[in-house]
Design a protein around this ligand. Structure first.
Ligand SMILES: NC(=O)c1ccc[n+]([C@@H]2O[C@H](COP(=O)([O-])OP(=O)(O)OC[C@H]3O[C@@H](n4cnc5c(N)ncnc54)[C@H](OP(=O)(O)O)[C@@H]3O)[C@@H](O)[C@H]2O)c1
Length: 250
């Protein structure tokens, strides 16, 4: 039977690498992001089966289009919850409007997607869900209050769902990346060094020095781990939140 996998936030960085690994495991990928076109083309060029799903995961039209695709299969096997990171700014600069906007993106939309997809996951032989979080939800850092707080709420919601659907064999986990080389990390280094008034290069060196493994991780190595949890290969791990971070949260 054809295996179907949704990847949200899949056009670049961590999400794109996970989409590639799942495609290599012969899953058909529903690839979502607001602008997924180039990524879809890249994967199709490698003869992977990809269905394009453009739109923000916060939009009603996204959910409607997603359900239409999944309904045409009648089931879905794997769901990766991923999206762009929230603004990097001190607590006092975060507006109420931003709290609501990122609550919708990072907490409510993932749960709505899962709620809508549960009945289709129940029809899969190997139903799996993984959410990408951040090491900052395990070890909070400055200027990341939105990420530090909303993601851990999502983790506990996922653990609850993992318990409630364990009897249906739906395995649900979350993975907290450490510093991973992507566009988001470049932005992060830029913004943090601006706020802290240090040179971006110096800030990057300080990050590397603080990682016990002494290097920034690659999206591909993270994708290997996540695609294991997200596929039929995982048969006994559920309700966990794993740090994938070179030891930064030790
Ligand atoms: N890289 C790191 O070091 C690191 C560390 C800890 C945590 N994280 C977290 O891990 C996640 C992925 O990180 P990354 O480095 O791969 O980020 P990235 O390079 O910025 O990629 C983010 C992805 O999410 C998509 N996206 C953004 N907003 C979306 C929305 N509303 N709906 C659907 N898709 C959306 C983007 O595509 P479009 O622009 O086309 O929508 C893109 O594909 C982020 O939440 C990030 O904060 C990253």
């Amino acid at each position: 039977m054809e295996k179907l996998c949704l990847i949200t936030g899949g056009s670049k960085g961590i999400g794109f690498e996970i989409a590639k690994k799942m495609a290599e495991k012969e899953y058909t990928i529903i690839l979502n992001s607001r602008n997924p076109f180039e990524a879809v083309r890249k994967l199709q060029e490698q003869n992977f089966k990809v269905i394009e799903l453009a739109g923000s995961i916060t939009e009603e039209s996204f959910l409607k289009n997603l359900i239409e695709i999944v309904e045409s299969y009648g089931y879905i096997d794997s769901v990766l919850i991923n999206y762009g990171g929230p603004p990097i700014k001190p607590f006092l600069e975060v507006s109420e409007k931003e709290w609501v906007e990122y609550f919708n993106l990072m907490f409510l939309s993932p749960l709505t997607i899962i709620k809508e997809l549960i009945k289709y996951l129940e029809r899969s032989n190997y139903p799996r869900i993984v959410a990408i979080t951040s090491f900052t939800s395990i070890k909070p850092i400055k200027n990341m209050v939105i990420s530090n707080s909303l993601r851990i709420g999502l983790v506990n919601a996922l653990k609850t769902i993992a318990l409630e659907f364990a009897d249906k064999n739906i395995l649900i986990n979350a993975v907290a990346p450490g510093y991973i080389e992507t566009e988001r990390l470049k932005d992060f280094i830029q913004k943090q060094s601006q706020i802290l008034n240090v040179e971006p290069n110096e800030y990057k060196k300080a990050i590397e020095k603080n990682i016990p493994l002494r290097r920034i991780g690659q999206a591909e190595e993270l994708a290997k781990f996540v695609s294991f949890l997200l596929s039929y290969e995982n048969t006994y791990i559920t309700g966990q939140h794993f740090a994938f971070d070179g030891g930064i949260t030790i």
